[in-house]
Write a protein that binds this ligand. Structure first.
Ligand code: ZN
Length: 403
């Protein structure tokens, strides 16, 4: 019998989990305020959403499905919709559910929303203990808001009262760099216990929702500054320097554009230099445009190249990337397949995931899965959807080899 596949990247939350300010990623702030209130009235949500979609700016249109599914359904409904297509062929498919902390996407903050989301996901885990593999969202700003991160991690990851959460999720575009000093202890804990981390790594994403990202968040402060004597591949130190200088010259950029600096794959060298055994997945391989774009642009512009350099580096044995979201394009699948042919090590470091429900705008979840399987071929499918996820997800707290 075929072993159980694992989708390493999905989301299941609804509009009750996000602050009103989230809408300002899509439409003007003033409209966002009004629309957010109306969207929370169930029978109004469809027409209002229709209006929001019509008004949304192009850059953020691809994120609109967060709202489309999220306004009218419960978290369990979203989860059921995700599993619907799988059940015929993969009745025991496992789903990594990534929670996201939106509480600090504005200066004012919105306390409690993330806890609401976690409560819903804990319910889901209770109902579907084998299928649902939740990741806990971590934001370094939790520490300044009274959450002591280490005891927080201990409360979820301990053997006597294990929560069932299997990994940690970062979403830097909401306003922090991966090398934020508050995250050092998180990486240290994760590395020590082989806990898998997932981080969003593509230009664009949900971003800081005030009109300006505060300078205190923009200025890159790292727990591990690299030097020209650090052990890095050729050109990486220079590219990092260039990126940091570009950041300092672009502090006046709007949050929608500035968020790319938070997300950049070059940011992970600081982290991995200090924690080379860290188990971390750079989601989306740096984005579809940079995958099919090949070697175009400067080193700093070649996100996919940077991601590959990190995941195939021998010293970083536990780094991964996933094909979630970007797998909706056949040319992307083709490019990735060729790269795996050329470098077998890469095939051991890529994970299958879909990014449900971000992709549902383009194609139905299950069509996406079957198309990917067909185009990538059986050998790679087995590697990316079964072998690699088991290795990635296994920690001191969870044995994914038994799935
Ligand atoms: Zn995602």
């Amino acid at each position: 019998m075929e072993k159980n596949i694992i989708n390493c990247h999905t989301h299941a939350f609804n509009f009750t989990c996000v602050p009103d300010a989230f809408l300002s990623n899509y439409v003007q702030r003033i409209i966002a305020q009004i629309a957010a209130g109306l969207l929370r009235v169930r029978w109004l949500s469809r027409p209002v959403l229709f209006l929001v979609k019509a008004l949304a700016n192009n850059k953020t249109k691809k994120m609109i499905d967060f709202l489309l599914i999220g306004t009218s359904k419960s978290v369990e409904d979203v989860f059921t919709e995700l599993r619907k297509g799988y059940q015929g062929i993969y009745p025991n498919a496992r789903m990594v559910i990534l929670t996201m902390n939106f509480d600090y996407m504005t200066q004012k903050g919105s306390s409690g929303l993330f806890e609401t989301q976690l409560a819903m996901i804990k319910d889901l885990k209770r109902k579907y203990p084998d299928v649902c593999l939740p990741f806990l969202g971590i934001d370094p700003r939790m520490e300044e808001h009274g959450v002591e991160l280490i005891s927080y991690l201990h409360s979820y990851f301990n053997k006597t009262n294990y929560s069932g959460f299997v990994g940690l999720k970062l979403y830097p575009s909401l306003g922090f760099y991966p090398f934020n000093p508050q995250l050092e202890k998180v990486y240290s804990f994760a590395e020590e216990h082989s806990i898998p981390m997932m981080t969003h790594c593509t230009p664009d994403g949900a971003y800081y929702a005030d009109s300006k990202v505060p300078e205190s968040l923009q200025i890159p402060v790292s727990f591990n500054y690299l030097t020209q004597y650090s052990d890095l591949p050729d050109g990486v130190f220079e590219a990092i320097q260039e990126l940091r200088q570009t950041i300092m010259h672009n502090l006046d950029k709007k949050p929608a554009d500035f968020c790319d600096f938070f997300l950049h794959p070059l940011n992970y060298w600081d982290v991995l230099d200090k924690f080379p055994k860290l188990k971390i997945c750079l989601a989306h391989c740096g984005g579809e445009e940079t995958i099919v774009g090949g070697n175009k642009g400067t080193t700093a512009e070649r996100w996919y190249q940077n991601v590959k350099e990190i995941v195939t580096r021998k010293a970083f044995a536990n780094t991964y990337a996933d094909v979630s979201f970007v797998l909706y394009r056949d040319d992307v699948i083709e490019a990735i397949r060729k790269d795996m042919d050329a470098n077998p090590l890469l095939s051991q470091k890529l994970l299958f995931g879909t990014d449900f429900f971000m992709t549902t705008r383009y194609v139905k979840e299950f069509d996406l899965v079957e198309n990917f399987r067909k185009k990538i071929g059986e050998t790679y499918w087995h590697q990316l959807a079964i072998v690699n996820p088991r290795k990635y997800l296994t920690s001191d707290f969870f044995n994914a080899q038994l799935i």
